[in-house]
Structures are given as C-alpha cells and as structure tokens.
Design a protein around this ligand. Sequence first.
Ligand SMILES: *Cc1c(COP(=O)(O)O)cnc(C)c1O
Length: 531
Amino acid sequence: MNAPNQSGWRPTMTLDRRDGGGTATGNRALMLEEPLIFEIGNTHTCGVDLPEPSTRANRLGGMARESEIGLPGLSEPETIRHYTRLSRQNYAIDLGLFPLGSCTMKHNPRLNEKVARMPGFLDVHPLQPVDTVRGALEVINELAVWLIELTGMHGVAMTPKAGAHGELCGILCIRAALEARGDPREVILVPESAHGTNPATAAFAGYRVENIPATAEGRVDLEALKARLGPDVAGVMITNPNTCGLFERDMKAISDAVHAAGGLVYCDGANFNAIVGRVRPGDLGIDAMHINLHKTFSTPHGGGGPGSGPVVLSEALAPYAPLPFVTRRADGTVELIEEENAGAEHPHTFGRMCAFHGQMGMFTRALAYILSHGADGLRQASGDAVLNANYILRSCEDLLDAPFGASGPCMHEALFSDKDFAEGLSTLDLAKGMIDEGFHPMTMYFPLVVHGAMLVEPTETESKAGLDQLILALRSLAERARSGDESLKTAPHFAPRRRLDETLAARKPVLAWDGPLAPAGTPTLSEQGGS
Ligand SMILES: *Cc1c(COP(=O)(O)O)cnc(C)c1O
C-alpha cells in the first residue's frame, strides 16, 4: 500500500481498515476519518519546544527509566484536531434526541452551568475551614430541604455519588436499623421489573436476593410478594416507576405488607422524573429512596459529568444516615455534622459513604434547576415527560408490538418488543438502524421480562417536531424489520465504523497498543485474547 508512485511521492499514512466510501482519503464530507493516536503520532514530535534543562543531580535513586516510553507525540494543532475529530464522531444530548430508556438523557440547561461555575462554588475545596464555605453549606442544605419536601420524607443523605451508590447507602441504613433492634435478617426481595442495580446492591451488601415475579400487566405480583414475606426478609427493593415504564399502583399495599412483616422498603427512585411534583414517595410508605440528580434534576451525565445520588430517608431510617451532613440550627445558621460532633445528636450513623460532602458541582446545578423551575415547573416537567412517552407509544404501537400497551398509559418511557419482526431480524438490527437515521439507539434487551425489549425515553425537553422525527424513524425501521429487510442486518451503513462486535469488545477489550510505538513487554492482541 505504501509503494512510491512514479513521481516518487509516497503517502505518510494509509489506513487499510477504510471501507472506501468512494473517497481517496476515507473522509466523507465533514465526517473525517481519524486513525488512532498511535498511528499518527511518533516519538520525536512534541507539542512544546523547550530548551534542554540544565543538568541537575537526579534524585530518582536509580529508578529513572532507561528504555523509551513509546508514547506518541503530536504537535498542538495535530492534538487538537485529533480529539476534535473524535468528539465529532460521538453522539451527545447537545446534538440530538437521546432516547436511552431509564437514563433520562434530557437537556442540561446552561443556567445550571453558569451557576456551577461561579467562583465561590467552583473553587471551593473540601478541606477549607468551615467558616469560609458557609455559602456552599447553605446550598447543600437548601437542596436537601427541597428533596425532602418533594419526596415527603424525613431526612436525606446527600453524599452518595450515583444512583447505585445511593442504593448501597439506603440498604446499609436498613441493615443498621435491623441490627439496632437485634433482628438482622438475610433476604432482600427484588421484583423482576426492578433495575439490575437493585439485586446487585443487595448482594453486595451481603443479602441473599430472591425474585418476585411480575404480573402479566408488568407490575409486581402483590400476592406472590405477600406469600414470601416472613421473619427472614429484611426488605424489598422496588423500582417505581418500574423498568416496564409503569407506575407500581400497589406501592402503598406493598409497603404496608412489608412493614407488617417487620421489613423495610427501599424504592429505586432513579425514575423520579416521571412523578416529581405529583407523587410523594413518603406517602407510599417508602423508607429509603435514591434520587439521581443527574437524571431528574438535569445535571449532565453519560460521559458529560459525574452522577449524584442523594437518598431520602423515613423517620425509621434517618438516625442511621451516613456522615457528614449539614443541618440548620434554630438560630438560622447551618452546621456541618461530622465524626467530631456527631456523638451527641447522631450516635447511630452507620459511617461514611465517601470522604467528603458529595458532588458539589451537581448540587449547585440541581438547585439551580429546581429554583428556576419552581414547584409548578417541576410538576409540568414530569407531566410533559409522561405525555411525550405516551405520544411515542401510541404513534408506533400499530407497527411495533407494545407488550403493556393495553394496560393503559405508560409513564416516562415507552416499551416495545420484537414480536412482529420477520424471522432472522432482531431488536439489535432495529437499534443499529437508528444510528443510520441519526439517533442514539434506545435501551435494548432491558427489561428482561420482555423478549427483545426496546425502551424509549424521550424526556420532556424534546419538541413535538423532534418527537415526530423520532417516530418517523421508528416507524420506518419497524416496517423494514417486519418485512424482513436484510440490509438492516448490516446497519449502520453510514456510521464511521459500521457494525461493531460489542459483545467481543466488552468481553475481551483490547486495551493496549502493540504496534510500532509500543513499549517493550506490551501484550500482543492475541495474548490478550482479542482479534
Ligand atoms: C440509572 C438507574 C440506576 C443507576 O444509577 P447510576 O447513577 O447509574 O448508578 C438505578 N436504577 C434505575 C431505575 C436507573 O434508571
């Protein structure tokens, strides 16, 4: 491939993985082909041009590297272009609709960003003297008050750093409460319609997990749950709205039954976006529930930022909440409760979830979102999220099987199955086709209770015109899947890398470069089991 031509000119680089696309460079208009940094970099280029340092005694004590490190170097413009090109091959909520069910990929208002970047919030350090960060503590407290108000609960642990971390915090509170009354129990019941993190959390906390079946309607089977309750059951973990996109209507009856049997109720509140301002989990008898600030309260996620998963707690569990936390005194000041001063007023804490106070940047963003929406705006947001999902459900269900469509309206996400696809075509093929249509695919093969599930969550921040585009794409792909259009099997056709083997990539990731620049000792692709 690198043979000189008659003029003696020879390309410095060719890429044999190019699939052509009809251009000499492999670029397709504004979509530029981009090799790996190891393929374009070399060990003698550097982005800066500094004089050699004057010699100084080396203080590395014989640890100085003797061989070349092999890292690829690029000039500054080459570096910027490399990463800018890669970023343009990525999909983002700022590019288009991102209907990834259960993830609530909604617009992140720029007002939040502006507030989070105010120097007094941006530049605080967790080890600063408390007297210099009173404003930050006020923000944490103000957000805590809103979360308690919106959920009708008694207290909130603000420090957990994501939804799953919040689940662990809530389950540790449940365990501490049971141990405090001398009644440690072993089993956590998890319905089939729960999010996968729920059984993982219960198992991680040392509980045995038992499944509760779903009804034909896609909700928890209350009678089966009641039948399993007993003195060994520490509690239940229920996702509400559940992963079938349905509200668990029996939630109060479930809580009452669990409490009567001496257990506690954990609710996975990651889908709070569908009910905020309309349902207060505290009224449903829930003892602990995490809230994903990065979903419901629009702080960026999915590669754009860290999560934050505060856990609201009932009166029964609040005494066990982790340290540190912020509380408002009768004189109006806010105070930080930590190990040093917790003894008298918070003696039953189970410990800590993390070193400091949680995700400060997410707290400021979430509070900015809440205050700019107000109580009425939050209520409208959840209503619009549900309306948008139902618009998609009803606009597609003649072509795409909706397993629970007959159970009434859905909540914030619409669930479809591959039931009516032609032989040989699957959910994966339709999802890959969505990439060609310019959309991030929906969540696939989840929830597990539905064969070939497709979970579409539009969120409230999409316009009707945007939803209509998505529906157009879904209907066209559904027709192709029903009629057995074989070309779907090789979709996407217009993406820079066509169809990838994601299973292989996840199971046998190739994480080290073994080409010309690789440092000595790098395992080769075959040694890593890759291909
Ligand atoms: C997103 C989600 C979680 C996990 O939240 P993370 O912040 O990703 O840990 C748990 N349950 C449900 C229902 C979710 O949608």
